[in-house]
Write a protein that binds this ligand. Structure first.
Ligand code: GDP
Ligand code: ZN
Length: 313
């Protein structure tokens, strides 16, 4: 019988599929399907249409993919087009290696304190998510450790992101404060949690979903540094429905490259001004008649975010 499901783990040519109607089925990929399954990455933005033909995925099937399978044979018969794919350049240098398909959202995590929020790094994570067409949300964890003296500064820094339109969740993995809202937002979706080491990503997920038992203070991230390992993602099931992607590769900021000319589109607050500059090829650095700079001067665009843009371009 042909049924549908979501691939949540891959291992040595076996695909673990959570089917919609028949529980978990361990599948193989129909042999001749391997060749058919070469498609471009998501291109919901017109700006990337020109690249659609060039960018190719080297792996046929990954976690997050929706598939149709023959549950009697344990054979995947077809794969649905991806809505998004999070990729890194494959070690061979040819094409891309997709870590996770169909991510619905990325929770970019900082700590309110210990360590203080690194907004420059947060901006880089936001750009990566925007470039992959994965809607970002911001989690500010460890609110239980935020001293009153630091509160105004931290709140002002995060308010900038709320003004841009990014949803923000103030939480404590330790006390459980605010976790319900994160759990609700994750329900029924495929989510990733990303951010620097030590901000509490593993703790957060363990609080969202008791029983996941992710190792707190996970040392695997540091062990991976400098080595070229293939990171295989796995989707962890959430009790309320939905999945969270767990892969060390997802937690690091440098896992794929973005064209410099694309970065301007990854700062949503620049969008209203991009067509207003005097020169069509304006980079918004020092050009005359730059509408972006004018918006920075008038206060419509946050100056520090603009400096982040300058630093990346
Ligand atoms: P990760 O590297 O981002 O996965 O961070 P971990 O989950 O390993 O947490 C790093 C450290 O921060 C650990 O010592 C945690 O116990 C601590 N931690 C995580 N979340 C919180 C929180 O909400 N409040 C406090 N006080 N400590 C936390
Ligand atoms: Zn400009």
């Amino acid at each position: 019988m042909l049924i549908e499901g979501t691939v949540f783990r891959t291992h040595s040519g076996n695909y673990y599929v959570q089917t919609d109607t028949a529980g978990v089925v361990v599948c193989k990929l129909r042999g001749n399907l391997k060749k058919e399954l070469v498609y471009s990455t998501s291109n919901s933005h017109a700006r990337r249409v020109e690249q659609a033909g060039k960018r190719r995925s080297t792996d046929p099937l990954t976690v997050g993919d929706r598939v149709r399978l023959d549950s009697d044979l344990g054979m995947i018969e077809s794969v649905f087009p991806r809505t998004s794919s999070l990729s890194r350049h494959s070690p061979s240098g040819r094409g891309e290696h997709t870590l996770v398909a169909n991510l619905d959202q990325a929770f970019l995590t900082v700590a309110a304190a210990h360590p203080k929020p690194d907004v420059w790094l947060l901006d880089r994570f936001l750009v990566l998510a925007e470039a992959a067409d994965i809607p970002p949300r911001i989690i500010v964890n460890k609110v239980d450790r935020l001293e009153d003296a630091d509160r105004p500064e931290v709140e002002a820094a995060i308010a900038v992101y709320e003004k841009i339109g990014y949803p923000v969740y103030w939480v404590s993995a330790r006390t459980g404060q605010g976790i319900g809202a994160v759990r609700d937002a994750m329900r029924g979706r495929i989510s990733a949690v990303a951010g620097p080491s030590g901000v509490g990503k593993s703790s957060l997920l363990n609080t969202v979903q008791p029983g996941l038992q992710l190792k707190v203070g996970d040392i695997s991230e540091t062990n991976l540094a400098g080595r070229h390992t293939t990171t295989t993602a796995e989707l962890l099931p959430l009790g309320g429905g939905g999945w969270v992607a767990d892969t060390p590769g997802l937690r690091q900021v440098d896992f794929w490259e973005i064209e410099k000319s694309e970065i301007r589109y990854c700062f949503p607050e620049l969008a209203p001004y991009l067509d207003e500059c005097k020169f069509a090829d304006c980079c918004h650095h020092t050009e005359l008649g730059c509408a972006v700079r004018a918006a920075v001067d008038s206060g419509a665009i946050d100056r520090r975010r603009y400096e982040s843009y300058l630093g990346m371009t």
